[in-house]
Every structure is written in structure tokens, then in C-alpha cells.
Write a protein that binds this ligand. Structure first.
Ligand code: HEM
Length: 406
């Protein structure tokens, strides 16, 4: 039985704003590794079961050269990849590379994102977050929390870590937002990518000549990396480090507002926050869909994936698999959610995960503490969901409050 997806993957959140589309859940229950007919007529696979997704992500025979999940360039208009031989990856964009090329690039950056390094940065990230909350507290509600808080915090943090000057931030944000829209023309996307590339080429060229104290400057000190590779790496870090965390902050706040008992408990016991963040990563899985390409015939959980097949992976479906997590569709801040796949798995597992954790802890903690009666300013079913974007979340989160605390 081949599952057909005439209009791309099921994306509509017909089971609620936080739950996977019903068709995706049904598919996982029926066949966690399912043949899939793509809109352009070619056959590929959709992998939704936890065990299968984990195995697949750990197996480098599934190439990431098709994986432009974050950047999303060579797709047809439905947002699905067309059947093509994987194109050569953009230099430096190591999320779309396989070992050993991937290893060579990633190795240069691991030191900048370790748990230890992020611990050192934590205080500063808390400072940036609290400053943004000061600004929010001065506003008159209702306010869109996405624009006023969820987007600026990760954007300020990643720009500062990479050494992007203040005055350039707005144009970079506009271009990166445009790259993330799923159903726009290739020309529009290419235009936004070009603008960002031109900006980053200037930036890394200046840094190579006069390095400062930031991650991009450190990278420019490696003489064997070309300017194109530096630009590609900067491009990846900026995009990957920005929209993902922003959407976790906004959708996570929405989820907490919709689960008032857990929110109250978290506010009363902030030491529960690290565990709650892991559970929100599992439950929300905002970076859901990724692509791989089978470089040979591969057995996966009893199915044979033929050489050359495009494989679509749903991290959200995997993280809601009842075979792995009890009552998977329940948000439970006490759950042991470790082992979730929200940051991926295997060699491409998120490089920025410790940074993202620090940002989310600081963000949710500050928001709950300082806005004790934060509430949605519109009915929950009027919140606009990002079913049209690569990274899931909300377009806006109108919120209101009556008093603030320190
Ligand atoms: C890779 C999710 C935050 C940088 C990934 C992958 C996922 C992910 C699922 C694996 C992609 C794959 O297997 O193809 C997330 C989520 C985040 C987040 C949900 C926020 C909550 C960040 C941040 C950075 C970052 C803050 C900052 C630099 C990267 C990079 C990769 C990556 C560079 C590619 C790693 C590689 O290919 O070796 N992320 N990410 N991410 N992420 Fe994140």
C-alpha cells in the first residue's frame, strides 16, 4: 500500500495546535516506515516511528545532501523535494554534507558550543533576556509576544555570538524570515539568499582581515577555510540559531498558557525548568520535517529503502510515538523526556542545542516570573499557526497582563 500525498505532507493541525496532523499519526500507527508518492510522481518514503527515525538518523548511508530542511531551496511549490540527484552542497553549509566533509567543518565549531562554553555565557544570555523583558514590561498590552520577545532574544544572542553588527540586524532578520517561507517562488527565495550572502561575504572578509572576539572571527583564523565556506557556515548558524529558538519560545509560551496548572507549578518551582524545557522540546518539536537520500539499498525496521530514494522524516511524529513515550500527546513537565529527537540524532544532531537550552530556560523563567498573570489576548483558536513554514510555531501570539513583577 503506497500512501499518496497529492498536496505535500499533511500539515494542517486538525488535532489541535500542538499535536501532529491526524493523517501523520495514522500513518505512524499503520506503518512507521511508509512508501510515499510525491507530488511530482516519484516514490519515496516517510518515516514516523521513533525507533525507525532514530536508526535512520544514526545511519550515514542516508545522505544529508538532500537535507535542506532549514534552507529549503530546490523544492517544488508544495514544499516537497523533487527527485533529483543531490546537488553539491553550498560550501560551508555542513547540515547538507556527509562525512568526511561534514566532519571537517563541524569540528571547527564544536568548541564554541560546548556545555561548558554555554555555562560561561549563561549570565550574559540571562541579561539580554531580562533587558528584553524590561522593554516588554514598559509596553501597554495587548502585545505580540513573537515580535516583542520570542524573535528578538535569539536574534540578539546569535548575532552577538557571531559578531553581526547591531545596525545590520534588521535587514538580516527580514531576509532570513523570507527564506523560511515555504510556498514562495524560487526567485523570491533566491533573492533573499543572495542578499544575505552578499552581506555575509562583506562581514567575513572584514573579519578575516581584522578578527574580533566572536565565533565567526575565530573561524576565519582557520586559513584552510575559503571565504565561500566561511559565508556558508555563517549563513547556516544565523538561520539555524534564530527561527528555531524563537518558535520554541512563542509556541512554548502558548502551550504553557493552555496548561495553567503546569505553568503555575513551574512558576512556583523554577528548578523544574530544565526538565520542562526537554519536555517542551519533545512535545512541540518545532523543527519537524527533515530529508535524507538513500545512497544504497537499506533495511529499516523491516522495510527495504531502495538506493536513490528520497526519505522524509517527521521528528514530531517520532516524539509522539506511544512505543517510546507513555501518553505521548500529554504535556507533562515531570516526564523524563530525555532521548527525544527534537534536536535530531547522529552526526547532525543540533550543534546549538546547549545554547538553545540556555535561551529557553532564561526566556520561560523570566516570562513566568515577571508576568504572573500573562494571558492570551485572543481566543486560542484564533492564534495563527505556522503550518505554512519550515519551522512550526505561531505567526503572532497576542498577549495581555495586568501587573508585572521583578
Ligand atoms: C541541526 C533543531 C537551535 C544550530 C539541528 C537539527 C535539528 C535542530 C533537529 C538536525 C538536522 C538534521 O539532522 O538534518 C533545533 C531546535 C532548536 C535549535 C529545535 C531550538 C530550540 C539551534 C541553535 C543553533 C543551531 C540556537 C545555533 C548555532 C544548528 C546547526 C545544525 C543544527 C549548525 C547542523 C548540525 C550539523 O549538521 O552537524 N538543529 N536547533 N540550532 N542546528 Fe539546531
Amino acid at each position: 500500500m503506497t500512501q499518496t500525498v497529492p498536496n505535500g505532507l499533511p500539515m494542517q493541525r486538525d488535532a489541535g495546535p500542538f499535536d501532529p496532523p491526524r493523517d501523520l499519526t495514522r500513518l505512524r500507527e499503520a506503518r512507521p516506515v511508509s512508501p510515499l508518492l510525491f507530488p511530482d510522481g516519484h516514490e519515496g518514503w516517510l518515516v514516523t516511528g521513533y525507533e525507525a527515525v532514530r536508526q535512520l538518523l544514526a545511519d550515514n548511508r542516508f545522505s544529508s545532501r538532500q537535507d535542506i530542511g532549514i534552507i529549503h531551496l530546490p523544492y517544488d511549490t508544495s514544499g516537497m523535494p523533487e527527485q533529483t540527484e543531490p546537488s553539491p552542497p553550498m560550501p560551508g553549509v555542513f547540515i547538507a554534507m556527509d562525512p568526511p566533509d561534514h566532519t571537517r567543518m563541524r569540528r571547527r565549531l564544536t568548541g564554541a558550543f560546548t556545555v561548558r562554553r554555554m555555562k560561561q555565557l549563561e549570565e550574559h544570555i540571562v541579561e539580554i533576556t531580562e533587558r528584553q523583558l524590561d522593554e516588554l514590561a514598559r509596553r501597554t498590552p495587548p502585545v505580540d509576544l513573537v515580535k516583542a520577545f520570542a524573535l528578538p532574544v535569539p536574534s540578539l544572542v546569535i548575532s552577538e555570538l557571531l559578531g553581526v553588527p547591531h545596525e545590520d540586524r534588521e535587514s538580516f532578520q527580514a531576509n532570513s524570515a523570507q527564506i523560511m517561507v515555504r510556498d514562495q517562488t524560487l526567485e523570491e527565495k533566491v533573492g533573499a539568499v543572495d542578499a544575505l550572502m552578499t552581506f555575509l561575504t562583506g562581514l567575513v572578509t572584514r573579519k578575516r582581515a581584522e578578527p574580533g572576539d566572536d565565533i565567526l572571527s575565530d573561524l576565519t583564523r582557520h586559513d584552510d577555510l575559503s571565504i565561500e565556506e566561511l559565508v556558508g557556515a555563517a549563513f547556516l548558524l544565523l538561520l539555524a540559531g534564530h527561527e528555531t529558538t524563537a518558535n520554541m519560545l512563542a509556541l512554548g509560551t502558548f502551550a504553557l498558557l493552555e496548561h495553567p496548572e503546569q505553568r503555575a507549578e513551574l512558576r512556583a518551582n523554577p528548578e523544574l525548568m530544565p526538565n520542562a524545557v526537554e519536555e517542551m522540546m519533545r512535545y512541540l518539536s518545532v523543527a519537524d520535517i527533515f530529508f535524507r537520500y538513500a545512497t544504497e539499498d537499506i533495511e529499516l525496521c523491516g522495510e527495504t529503502i531502495g538506493e536513490g530514494s528520497t526519505v522524509v522524516v517527521s521528528l514530531l511524529a517520532a516524539n509522539r510515538d506511544p512505543e517510546r513515550f507513555d501518553n505521548p500527546d500529554t504535556l507533562d513537565i515531570h516526564r523524563k523526556a530525555r532521548g527525544h529527537l527534537g534536536f535530531g540524532h547522529g552526526v547532525h544532531q543540533c550543534l546549538g542545542q546547549q545554547l538553545a537550552r540556555v535561551e529557553m530556560r532564561a526566556g520561560f523563567d523570566g516570562l513566568l516570573r515577571r508576568f504572573p498573570d500573562l494571558a492570551l489576548a485572543v481566543p486560542a483558536d484564533e492564534v495563527r499557526l505556522r503550518t505554512d513554514m519550515n519551522i512550526y510555531g505561531v505567526h503572532e501570539l497576542p498577549v495581555t497582563w495586568t501587573g508585572t513583577a521583578r
